[in-house]
Design a protein around this ligand. Structure first.
Ligand code: SF4
Length: 345
């Protein structure tokens, strides 16, 4: 049966959510929703200086299409958390209105965003009022010249203002994500931690992964979790925090403070066995893994008049085909064609 798509989400009508389970028994409750592949920075580890060929506008999902898919995800598939990503999600026009529509769904997901922080000073309050709950801000350095060298834009002060605005707006906890790269910013691991402690942010270090558009990732430049902890430990005493189910970050409390620092060891201690994530790209392609080489085309279904049953079935079939995890550490690893900026983190 096929019925035309309307502006009203219908994913919740009379249907009880059945968990989105894969063949390994992993239940998927976390949707990473990319809102655009565009970005206002040009980080050297992410994309070339001239940017990339952005997706054409007509290939991007509209707000109505996004709301319909999220309604299916929360109403029929048991998705409980939605993290908005990019590119840079704050560059999407009308973001607070879209957040408000997602937050008004029944059941509504817990809504968070991962951003580079530029423009957050302007919209943190509006996003909080619209229903956003938490924010992760990417920040790899506290030195203005280094920030400009890494991102090819002189915008550190905007990011710091965005962080402060997020905290004032009550988007708690405000998390700061840094990717240490050897010879680039690995000498700032303790400084970034101290900065987060001082301002009441939650610092998280993430091992760098081979998802850059240039295919230039080098394992030798990745700073492994063990070394990150060693660097933090040179300045702070760390007390382990029990790990939450499915949480990718291992966390430590900084002794004598309320601050918590996390390390995401995606490469050296993969957590794929507990993966609960599914990703939807800005052009409506469903990915069952960050490193998936195949995608499921939900946009075509949305636009050919398919009903919610068909969309739900496509979603379940995508998850049914999910592999056990990434193969970064094996010889036959193949980087996906789609770069991180067009997947969302
Ligand atoms: S690499 Fe794939 S399977 Fe592993 S945690 Fe990431 S998304 Fe999940």
């Amino acid at each position: 049966m096929s019925r035309p798509h309307t502006d009203q989400p219908s994913g919740t009508t009379g249907t009880v959510a059945r968990p989105l389970t894969d063949r390994f028994g992993r239940v998927h409750t976390d949707l990473r929703l990319s809102l655009t592949d565009r970005c206002n920075l040009r980080c050297t580890y992410c994309m070339p200086a001239e940017g990339l060929d952005w997706l054409p506008k007509n290939e991007l999902l509209s707000d109505d299409e996004i709301v319909r898919l999220v309604a299916i995800a929360t109403g029929r598939l048991g998705i409980r958390e939605v993290r908005l990503t990019g590119g840079e999600p704050l560059v999407r026009r009308g973001l607070p209105a879209l957040v408000a529509r997602i937050a008004a769904l029944d059941p509504a997901p817990e809504l968070s965003i991962t951003t580079n922080g530029i423009g957050l000073a302007r919209c943190a309050e509006a996003l909080r009022e619209a229903g956003l709950r938490r924010v992760n801000v990417s920040l790899d350095t506290l030195r203005p010249e280094r920030f400009a060298a890494i991102t090819r834009r002189d915008r550190l002060s905007d990011v710091l203002a965005g962080l402060a605005a997020a905290r004032s707006a009550g988007l708690a906890p405000v998390k700061v994500n840094a990717v240490p790269v050897r010879g680039v910013n690995d000498d700032e691991i303790a400084d970034l931690t101290a900065f987060a402690v001082e301002h009441g942010y939650r610092m998280r270090f993430i091992e760098s992964m081979p998802l850059d558009a240039q295919g230039a990732w080098e394992r030798e430049k990745m700073v492994p979790a063990a070394e990150i902890l060693e660097r933090i430990g040179e300045r702070f005493e760390l007390v382990p925090v029990p790990r939450e189910d499915n949480a990718p970050a291992e966390e430590w409390r900084i002794a004598g403070t309320d601050s918590v620092v996390g390390v995401i060891a995606s490469v050296t201690r993969p957590f794929c066995g507990n993966c609960d994530r599914v990703r939807l790209t800005a052009d409506g392609q469903l990915r069952n893994c960050l490193f998936a080489t195949k995608e499921s085309d939900l946009r075509s279904l949305l636009r050919d008049g398919s009903d919610d049953d068909a969309l739900e079935a496509a979603w379940r079939s995508c998850i049914a085909g999910k592999g056990p995890g990434h193969t970064i550490n094996s010889a036959d690893f193949r980087q996906p064609d789609r770069p991180m900026s067009a997947i969302g983190g």
